[in-house]
Design a protein around this ligand. Structure first.
Ligand SMILES: *Cc1c(COP(=O)(O)O)cnc(C)c1O
Length: 386
């Protein structure tokens, strides 16, 4: 079966993805080498614990970070990081998550501007988020006052505008209380320099996506950090359908947990092997697999000036994804234009992060050859049928 047959049998419309690595659109097209490795991995069974350990080592070395563990996404990595902070080294407490006994520490302190809908992942493990400061700025003293013996971690998200407390300062505060700094680095692109600098600035662990700049499987991600933290995270994630009397512990833990809080976001051989392959490709030549989409974005820029000359198009840099994008001003009718594009044939999905100022964003990462002409025609039609 080819791709058209798969989706036509299911009566599902394929789309043009001008947003990039969005989970709701199934993410980016994968390089054939990654797809082949995923398919090959399925031919024989292996122990997931061993595959995780070996793939984690290779990924950590390629990215130049202390340790790595494959998760179902950055969101899952955040949940596992919180689980480690909440359960400490006590297996009994791990079994109780997301319930944390009365009086036990469960707070994670986060600056107001660093809050994000993905905070749900940390809360799902049992953490309580304590917000400090304001969207435009946070004082160091506000963070210091909030961190106390009830706190298990500090959460940090890079690239937020405003006068916020920097990562090295959070690291200092964390060290005073002996608690880790968890960094949500899901939009930290380009990955290798960005991830390295997060660690050198003070991250204890970093959660990142496999399906964004690394171009791995969409349902994959990484928890990066010191080996002992990673091993403790694995216990909350891997299948624990094991007997105590035959349990072979990799970490010296006396026995298996029951199924951990992260077991519902399991990863299979294909995600682990796919992400490992993608990271090796990426590390070998960072950004090479972005080039075709960037070239198509160039064609899109000229197709727009030819077919929809009335709209203003500006090329900008997306710092989170580390790729160029086009910002297209359509004015007050922006919602109608977006809806018309999404119901065009083929459907065209565009970025809405600047819709509040009447602009669409068009990203290069998921563009395929020929998409530029189709997007420009769809936009002309979408505007003319408002
Ligand atoms: C994309 C994203 C996530 C979630 O990543 P997944 O890999 O899809 O789980 C979390 N945080 C931020 C800031 C993101 O951009």
């Amino acid at each position: 079966m080819d791709v058209h047959e798969v989706y036509s049998r299911l009566k599902v419309d394929t789309i043009i993805n001008a947003i990039g690595p969005a989970t709701r659109l199934g993410g980016l097209p994968l390089h054939p080498e990654v797809v082949e490795a995923m398919v090959a991995s399925l031919e024989l069974p292996v122990r997931i614990s061993e595959l995780q350990r070996q793939a984690g080592r290779a990924v950590a070395e390629a990215l130049g970070v202390p340790g790595a563990y494959v998760t179902a996404g950055a969101s899952s990595a955040l949940q596992l990081a919180a689980a480690v902070c909440l359960a400490s080294d006590d297996p009994g407490r791990g079994d109780q998550l997301p319930h944390v006994p009365e009086g036990r520490p469960r707070r994670i302190v986060v600056q107001s501007a660093h809050r994000d809908p993905y905070d749900r992942a940390l809360e799902s493990a049992g953490a309580e988020l304590i917000t400090v400061g304001y969207p435009e700025g946070t004082h160091r003293s506000e963070v210091s006052r909030a961190v106390d013996e009830r706190t298990v971690a500090i959460l940090y998200r890079p690239w937020r505008h405003g006068n916020h407390v920097a990562l090295p300062v959070l690291k200092e505060i964390g060290e005073e209380w002996d608690i880790p700094v968890i960094v949500d680095g899901a939009l930290a692109g380009p990955p290798i320099p960005a991830l390295k600098s997060l660690f050198s600035e003070g991250a204890t662990v970093v959660a990142t996506s496999g399906g964004k700049s690394l171009r791995g499987p969409q349902a994959s991600g990484l928890l990066l950090g010191p080996a002992d933290f990673i091993e403790r995270a694995a216990v909350h994630h891997q299948d624990m359908d094991e007997r105590e009397s035959t349990w072979q512990s990799a970490t010296g833990a006396p026995g298996p947990l029951r199924q951990g809080i992260g077991r519902q976001s399991k990863v299979g051989r294909e995600q682990i092997v796919g992400l490992w392959t993608a990271v090796m490709r990426y590390a070998g030549d960072p950004g090479r697999d972005d080039q075709a989409g960037i070239a198509e974005l160039g064609l899109l820029e000229s197709a727009l000036s030819r077919l929809v000359p009335e709209v203003e198009v500006e090329r900008q840099w997306d710092h989170g994804l580390g790729t160029p994008m086009l910002v297209v001003g359509v004015g007050e009718a922006v919602d109608g234009v977006i809806r018309n594009l999404a119901s065009a044939s083929p459907r065209v999905m565009v970025g809405e992060s600047l819709a509040w100022q009447g602009q669409l964003t068009l990203h290069s990462m998921a563009l395929r050859p020929g998409d530029s002409e189709k997007i420009a025609r769809a936009l002309r039609h979408a505007i003319s049928t408002l």
